[in-house]
Design a protein around this ligand. Structure first.
Ligand code: FES
Length: 121
């Protein structure tokens, strides 16, 4: 997609892809809200973006710890696999990270954070 197409589709430019260090989470705040971005390690090297709000009880994942492809919430220490978004400790198939759509265009990373249903603007 072009930059114009991304903008018209609700994406916002977040960072230059070159700013991502493998396996090290980055926190960004876009006009549509905050996000955590991770370049996964291993075979995948996939860029993942998700909400910093823990799906358990809204702890701030931006202050959580990060290791081996998992982010741990600082509140109750639940762990989430960032690639799948699944809650892996304790295993809970109903609980997932709120992942965002990402796109790369001209060396920049774009993220689409859906507007909450309660917002009218
Ligand atoms: S609020 Fe994150 S584990 Fe409970």
């Amino acid at each position: 997609m072009t930059v114009d197409e991304l903008s018209c589709s609700g994406f916002a430019r977040a960072i230059a892809v070159s700013e991502l260090a493998s396996g090290k989470p980055l926190h960004v705040t876009l006009p549509s809200g905050p996000a955590i971005i991770v370049l996964t390690t291993g075979d995948t090297n996939e860029i993942v973006a998700f909400s910093p709000l823990c799906p358990h009880q809204l702890g701030n994942l931006a202050t959580g710890t990060w290791a081996n492809g998992r982010i741990s919430c600082p509140v109750h220490e639940y762990e989430f696999d960032v690639l799948s978004g699944a809650c892996v400790l304790p295993r809970d198939e109903a609980m997932h990270l709120r992942k965002y759509e990402v796109a790369v265009s001209a060396g920049d990373l774009w993220i689409k954070i859906p507007r909450p249903k309660w917002r009218r603007d």
